[in-house]
Design a protein around this ligand. Structure first.
Ligand code: FRU
Length: 506
């Protein structure tokens, strides 16, 4: 077992402190997120042999606090017959699969076999099982694989959960027919034999292939008597900010059919003018393939996204490792403006161990940037800010600002008061030239609450994650600034804005 950041040669520029990245080589989607015997398992799409996509296998890391991850050996390697694409894992508590030994429940991974040209099933994607009887340390592929084959080339990313409701008690699988923009549902008593239930979609965003679905039930405002089912559908390209992104639908699930209550447009879209009206997990460029943990304690619904975008993922600066996960997010449903919406908060790396570096407010904001003193600077920070917009045109923060260049290099988080729009501008954030689609400005409409804007930000060397209005909207973007770009500023355009409070923790 090696510890994250254990190899000094690779613990280098841009390597995040709190976001999981493989010690070496390539990583994409989180897979098989499961909690078992006090340990969180994070499996992930991994190329064990290089820093670009290929040789897809399941990498593995474990954590007891969702913050400090220990890298484990590759869990499910590819072979000549198949690549191991995305999927999920469950604790088979009642040993329905029969894989358990000695009364100990097995862990069962359900993954997509992407068959190689040398396989008799060449070109197909079908669902397969692997199981572990030693709490995730070693994995065995099931001899009867695949367990679900539709003779499709684009059938993938199974998410399996235990359904227990009016229709009965059984395993449910949600997977995608990616190109057809469909989520397909199946049920099983033993994880080995699957029966078709229903199909959802196409609906809302369909500008790319649908991938990595998830389906789970959440109480609204914590009321167990008032729940909605959340259907997560990642898609790429065709996301709200360009390229890869995750959308969600709220509705009901009766054990057979998911019925959406938040569908804006049915069918495959050619007109994308309704994009801002859809439910988005994140409004930035770098939160993809997000799925949730199975079996998380205390009924918490915890999600991780891949902090990257297929548009430029192969080109981001790399030093032997490439790509990180998002922070772990807890998602809840809250009533805002009379309707349930998904709100998110990050599992906070600074909660227990952070050091208060700087605090300010309340203070009136003059027109222009107020650069904060050196103690507020850094590249691994949590920043909490509350603004009262007043008569200002814009208020916001200047992040990762250059020192020798008068802050020319910068990432800007700005709230346009008249437009009611929050934007994150990374066009001058540092190294942006490695791909033409990378420089970008992300936007999301966010209403003020009592004239106030509340922001929580996490900076972690190569990323900015923004949680606005207590998690109502999030923006996640990678940035690749110069090492010396550590400055932080507060700004307003026009007079009359107030910085109610600013807290910087490192
Ligand atoms: C999503 C995805 C999945 C697939 C995996 C392959 O990013 O394309 O649909 O299973 O990545 O690595």
């Amino acid at each position: 077992m090696t510890s994250l950041n254990a190899t000094p040669a690779l613990d280098c520029r841009y390597r995040p402190k709190w976001h999981y990245a493989a010690e070496r080589n390539w990583l994409n989607d989180p897979n098989g997120l499961v909690h078992s015997n006090g340990v969180y398992h994070l499996f992930y799409q991994h190329n064990p042999f290089g820093d670009v996509w290929g040789n897809m296998s399941w990498g593995h890391a474990t954590s007891t606090d969702l913050l400090n991850w220990d890298e484990q050996p590759v869990a499910i390697p590819c072979d000549e017959q198949e690549a191991i694409f995305s999927g999920s894992a469950v604790v088979d508590t009642h040993n329905t699969s029969g894989f358990g030994v000695g009364g100990v429940p097995p862990l069962v991974a359900v993954y997509t076999s992407a068959y190689s040209p040398s396989s008799p099933l060449a070109g197909r994607q079908a669902q397969s099982l692997a199981y572990s009887t030693d709490d995730g340390a070693t994995w065995t592929k099931y001899a009867g694989n695949p367990v679900l084959d539709r003779a499709s080339a684009d059938f993938r990313d199974p998410k399996v959960f235990w359904y227990d409701g009016d229709a009965g008690s059984y395993w449910v699988m949600v997977a995608v027919e990616a190109v057809r923009h469909e989520v397909v549902l199946y049920k099983s008593a033993d994880l080995k034999t699957w029966e078709y239930l229903s199909t959802f979609g196409p609906a809302n965003a369909t500008g790319g292939v649908w991938e990595c679905p998830d389906l789970f039930e959440l109480p609204v405002d914590g009321d167990a008597g008032n729940t909605r089912w959340v259907l997560v559908v990642n898609l790429s390209p065709g996301g709200i900010a360009g390229g890869s992104a995750g959308q969600y639908f709220l509705g009901t699930f009766d054990g057979v059919t998911f019925r959406s209550q938040t569908t804006v447009t049915e069918g495959t879209q050619t007109d994308d003018s309704r994009m801002p009206d859809y439910g988005w997990l994140d409004w930035g460029r770098d939160y993809y393939a997000a799925v949730s943990f199975s079996n998380a304690p205390d009924g918490r619904r915890l999600m991780i996204g891949w902090m990257n975008n297929w548009q430029y993922a192969a080109s981001t600066p790399s030093q032997g490792w490439r790509s990180a996960m998002s922070l772990v997010r807890e998602v809840r449903l809250e009533t805002r403006d009379g309707r349930p919406v998904l709100v998110q908060s990050a599992v906070d790396p600074f909660g227990a161990s952070g050091t208060a570096l700087f605090a300010a407010g309340p203070e009136h904001l003059a027109d222009g940037v107020r650069w904060l003193p050196a103690e507020a600077s850094g590249d691994v920070l949590r920043i909490d800010a509350e603004f009262k917009a007043g008569h200002a045109g814009k208020v916001g923060l200047v992040l990762r600002a250059g020192s020798g260049d008068g802050g020319k290099e910068r990432t800007v988080l700005s709230y346009d008061v008249a437009a009611g729009e929050l934007s994150l501008d990374r066009t001058a954030s540092g190294d942006v030239d490695f791909h033409e689609t990378f420089p970008s400005v992300e936007r999301v409409a966010v209403p003020l609450a009592d004239g106030r804007l509340r922001l929580r930000l996490f900076l972690d060397r190569c990323s900015v994650e923004v949680f606005a209005q207590d998690g109502l909207a999030t923006i996640t973007d990678q940035v690749f600034p110069s090492d010396s770009s550590l400055g932080l500023g507060v700004f307003a355009e026009g007079h009359g804005g107030t910085l109610v409070r600013l807290d910087v923790v490192g």
